[in-house]
Design a protein around this ligand. Structure first.
Ligand SMILES: Nc1ccn([C@@H]2O[C@H](COP(=O)(O)OP(=O)(O)O[C@@H]3[C@@H](O)[C@H](O)[C@@H](O)[C@H](O)[C@@H]3O)[C@@H](O)[C@H]2O)c(=O)n1
Ligand SMILES: O=P([O-])([O-])O[C@@H]1[C@@H](O)[C@H](O)[C@@H](O)[C@H](O)[C@@H]1O
Length: 384
């Protein structure tokens, strides 16, 4: 069976097509209505969508990314490729496309690298959740030569596939950003390592802040500094306030800093802007904030030797728990994660029971550290 252009129709029954790496072609959509931003220029997580698309394609291992003008001007593509996208190039005329496999991408498609990898090992398939299709050169030429390439792209014949992994949706214009951010938060907002307090209290608190900030393009590192400042402000109010209401206020600030500490990561993941630098900054500031909060409780308790003794035990145990969470990441029932510890400190302050809070924290974190240490000791020699 052949196509109209004589090329063999894609064999959609073959799941692995040995015809080499796929070349991605991002097809720009129609001109936006007046006073609307084009789909490819709409910011998702603070980054123009075309920039995000090309980054994800490269992250998925696609070596070559072409941008096709569709019904837009070729000059626009040249400007976009030069100004926005990381390594990409204007698509040559359809007839000049060499044989091979092409990943046809609608400019409004939003997806991640897992989705691309899930599709790119096949030919003649298209994603059911967004405009992504892997086709042969003949299909690619037909789509790009069509009067309405984005419409033709949606109609690409082939096996409709819901990718087994990954995320996929389509931006339906620049007024659709809020929905996309909500979908991205749902997929990337939380982390598998989130504790109970984090999952059921802090993430629901940080989500609206993240959705508010996501499209601003605010730097995640700045948000790390902000949550650190709120937590340290809470520690200072607890330590130096001297009244029941300042203790309550300090407790509220500590818990607010606890919840806000998730915003930097959520914004970073939505905007594809996570970094090793940010991860280190986040965890280092958390350690200092933890110590400041414990010091605040010691001062609020009166700063006596017994207060400092429990404070020291609580601080050492908290640092040890964080350290063990990195050294022994597979420890089961990691109960005393930072979300739980900070909530305990916040409640102790709010009810004006700083010494009781310090004593409870000191016992719990050191018991948890001993539990993890004992678990490692019971493991077979030579395993971590
Ligand atoms: N400037 C930054 C900051 C972060 N990242 C990336 O994000 C993760 C951190 O993810 P997240 O901020 O979502 O969660 P975190 O590990 O900070 O854990 C907090 C707890 O500390 C807090 O107590 C709790 O209440 C809160 O809900 C979170 O669980 C980082 O590793 C980086 O990958 C970045 O790139 N740049
Ligand atoms: O919960 P915990 O393990 O004590 O401390 C955590 C660190 O281990 C993690 O690296 C960091 O990203 C979190 O914000 C939190 O600081």
């Amino acid at each position: 069976m052949t196509r109209g252009n004589g090329e063999p129709a894609p064999d959609t029954t073959r799941w692995s097509d040995p015809t080499g790496p796929v070349v991605a072609v991002v097809v720009l959509t129609a001109e936006p209505p007046p006073a609307h931003r084009s789909v490819e220029a709409t910011r998702i997580g603070g980054r123009p969508l075309l920039d995000r698309t090309v980054r994800v394609l490269h992250a998925a291992g696609v070596r070559r990314v072409l941008v096709a003008a569709g019904r837009r001007s070729p000059d626009l593509v040249a400007g976009l490729v030069a100004r926005h996208a990381p390594p990409a190039e204007p698509c040559p005329p359809p007839a000049a496309l060499p044989p091979g496999r092409y990943l046809l991408v609608g400019a409004g498609a939003i997806f991640d690298a897992e989705t691309v990898r899930d599709l790119a090992e096949r030919t003649g398939v298209r994603c059911t959740d967004t405009t992504l299709a892997v086709a042969d050169a003949g299909t690619a030429r037909e789509v790009l030569a069509a009067d309405a390439p984005d419409a033709a792209l949606d109609a690409v014949a082939g096996l409709a596939l819901r990718p087994a992994a990954g995320f996929a949706t389509t931006l339906a214009g620049d007024r659709d950003v809020r929905r996309v951010h909500r979908a991205l938060w749902h997929r990337y907002g939380s982390k598998p390592s989130d504790g109970l307090v984090c999952r059921y209290l802090n993430r629901p608190l940080s989500r609206p802040v993240t959705l508010l900030l996501a499209r601003t393009g605010v730097w995640p590192d700045l948000l790390s500094g902000l949550s650190f400042a709120v937590a340290v402000a809470g520690a200072a109010v607890i330590g130096f306030g001297g009244h029941w209401w300042t203790m309550l206020l300090g407790g509220v600030l500590v818990q607010a800093g606890n919840a806000l500490d998730g915003v930097d990561g959520e914004v970073a993941r939505i905007g594809l802007r996570t970094s090793r630098r940010g991860a280190l900054l986040d965890t280092i500031l958390d350690r200092y904030a933890d110590l400041a909060i414990i010091a605040g409780l010691v001062l609020a308790a009166g700063g006596r030797p017994v207060d400092w003794a429990f404070g020291f035990a609580a601080a050492a145990g908290s640092l040890l728990v964080s350290y063990l969470n990195v050294l022994v990441p597979d420890a089961p029932r990691r109960l005393l994660r930072r979300d739980v510890r900070l909530l305990l400190c916040a409640v102790a302050a709010a009810v004006s029971a700083p010494l009781a809070g310090l004593a409870a924290l000191a016992v719990l974190v050191n018991a948890d550290a001993a539990r993890v240490f004992g678990m490692v000791l019971r493991r077979a020699p030579g395993t971590r």
